[in-house]
Write a protein that binds this ligand. Structure first.
Ligand SMILES: *[C@@H]1O[C@H](CO)[C@@H](O)[C@H](O)[C@H]1NC(C)=O
Length: 550
């Protein structure tokens, strides 16, 4: 064969190699076309951005099916986030027309079929966030390409309504609430109905999320509406049992919003709210930090899911029978509460400022306020029992972080694992703690992994922005992606396309194993009894203390 013919054949081969792409895909609403991103000779990812999974939603209404479109929808741009307050809460951004999702499909030599599907639900306190939230490097924090390519799974990120428009509730039929949860459910259902056309397996859907997204994952598992749709789930640092995840007195909060926007607070409140400027409604739903006084910051997180008698028919702890067939990974970061602890007791982050045992008493008094002095005393002695007579500053400061981590994240997550395991019918449970030391400069040297630090590793940022990270960060990122995508494929984080550094045993009520995840995983990273004494304190001793009448 002469050189020119050889080159011609080679060109044809390369075209064939890069030709493994979906092109135009037919969905229930119409045809969509994304973009193929080439990563190597026989490796690429098809990316679809901004596919509508529901119509633009009516205000304080459940999402409705999209009417569809004619022609080919160019799915190459992220759509706007759902209307929300800005990070500093001084303005708003986004749109009410926001119910869109994004899809990453890994391709090899031939077009993929039958892939496991992972649907990500973003976090942001049910107040902020978007499926394409920006990371510090400018690209989307939740870009699905690394997970899709490394784990050979389809990754989907979805939008849902947040803040007032997503979660305001009157606690009755006039404004039942949970609109953001219904949006998530609509997105998951859309994926179930349409993902086969993208090469996905609709019987292998894993939902995963972090913080409010992790609590959302938990609520979606608990809802009877997702029966048979969700196969597996991963909660990173949040569950429906978290004290910030459920609003128990929604009416008072709705009335506060109504008052702020000039609506009546009794008769006609919902009618008035529905015709109120959505920007004003959104602004009225910001965090009321100034009303907190001395109380813990967690109590300012108010706009949350509710027991609505429909999507969430009962208290979350009574709904675990609905999770019987869903495999579940749940865990927290070892210093998940640090972000909140630093706001409640700022001295923990200041080297030259001591933290006193009185600061711990004040924090516990706030957290246990509903049960009064007996709860304060018993919680204080639980957290100081192992102290030496004159504890050093690191001990006192770390105790503040432990208290917030346990109360906000770790204890509710462990409780969810116990309930899941107890109700499981063939489904498996896995427990972890993520302990990669922080990358945030200026924090104390004892610092572990703060709230939300896991997200960058799960989304493979150390690979997509390598200059910002070190090899050890790529190690932990590879481990997380391997466990997560193996789990999505087989229900067992140890089995699948990817090698893992240690075998992670399932969580059982007798074994109580968990995996300590960082860049140095070995067989010694498999541990037992994660903070059992403190889990027992909050779920048993504290829970059985009476709540005095106000
Ligand atoms: C709580 O502890 C304080 C200080 O040690 C003590 O004076 C008080 O009697 C205790 N209260 C209860 C209800 O145990």
């Amino acid at each position: 064969m002469d050189t020119s013919r050889f080159l011609a054949v080679l060109t044809l081969c390369l075209q064939a190699a890069s030709a493994a792409t979906l092109g135009v895909v037919s969905t229930e609403g119409g045809m969509v076309e994304g973009r193929n991103h080439r990563l190597g000779l026989f490796r690429s990812v098809d990316i679809f951005k901004g596919i509508p999974f529901a119509a633009p939603p009516g205000r304080f209404e459940k999402p409705k099916p999209h009417p569809g479109w004619s022609g080919v929808l160019k799915a190459t741009k992220f759509r706007e986030r759902c209307l929300q307050v800005t990070l500093l809460q001084t303005g708003t951004q986004g749109s009410e027309d926001c119910l869109y999702l994004n899809i990453w499909v890994p391709q090899g030599r031939t077009v993929s079929t039958g892939l496991p599907v992972m649907v990500y639900i973003f976090g942001g306190a049910f107040l902020l966030g978007a499926s394409n939230d920006v990371s510090f490097m400018g690209n989307s924090l939740y870009d699905g390409e690394e997970i899709a390519d490394r784990g050979k799974v389809i990754v989907i990120t979805v939008n849902y309504r947040v803040g007032t428009l997503g979660f305001l509730s009157t606690g009755d039929a006039s404004g039942p609430g949970n609109y953001g949860l219904w949006d998530q459910h609509a997105a998951i259902s859309w994926v179930h109905r349409n993902i086969r056309a993208f090469g996905g397996d609709p019987s292998s859907i894993t939902i995963f999320g972090q913080s409010a997204g992790a609590a959302s994952v938990s609520f979606q598992m608990l809802s009877p509406y997702n029966k048979g749709v969700i196969r597996r789930a991963i909660s990173q640092c949040g569950v429906a049992l978290s004290p910030w995840a459920l609003q128990k007195k929604p009416l008072a909060l709705a009335q506060k919003v109504a008052q702020t926007v000039g609506c009546p607070t009794q008769e006609g409140m919902m009618g008035c709210l529905k015709i109120t400027d959505p920007v004003a409604l959104t602004k009225a739903g910001k965090l009321a930090l100034e009303e907190l006084g001395d109380g813990p910051v967690v109590f300012s997180l108010e706009l949350s899911p509710v027991v609505d008698g429909d999507f969430i028919p009962d208290l979350p702890s009574r709904l675990f029978h609905n999770t019987a067939h869903i495999d579940y990974i749940a865990g927290t970061n070892d210093m998940d509460g640090h972000l909140f602890a630093g706001m409640d007791v700022p001295s923990i982050n200041q080297n030259n400022k001591p933290t006193y045992p009185e600061d711990i008493r004040r924090l516990l008094a706030g957290l246990t306020a509903e049960k009064g002095e007996p709860a304060l005393n018993s919680s204080y002695s639980t957290y100081t029992r192992s102290w030496v007579p004159q504890p050093d500053q690191d001990t006192i400061k770390k105790t503040v972080v432990d208290i917030e981590t346990d109360y906000l994240f770790l204890v509710p997550t462990q409780t969810a694992l116990y309930l899941h395991e107890k109700n499981a019918r063939g489904a498996r449970s896995y427990s972890y703690v993520f302990s990669m030391p922080t990358r945030i400069p200026g924090f104390p040297r004892w610092m572990g992994s703060d709230h939300a630090e896991d997200v960058q590793y799960v989304f493979g940022k150390p690979f997509s922005t390598p200059l910002a990270y070190l090899p050890r960060h790529r190690d932990v990122s590879a481990y997380l992606i391997a466990y997560w995508t193996n789990f999505a494929r087989t229900g067992d984080p140890n089995q699948g396309e990817s090698q893992v550094p240690a075998t992670w045993p399932a969580f059982t009520s007798s074994g109580r194993h968990y995996l300590d995840i960082n860049n140095k995983i070995s067989k010694d990273s498999v541990k037992r009894e994660l903070r059992t004494r403190f889990v027992h304190y909050w779920t048993s001793t504290y829970a059985s203390l009476p709540t005095p009448c106000p």
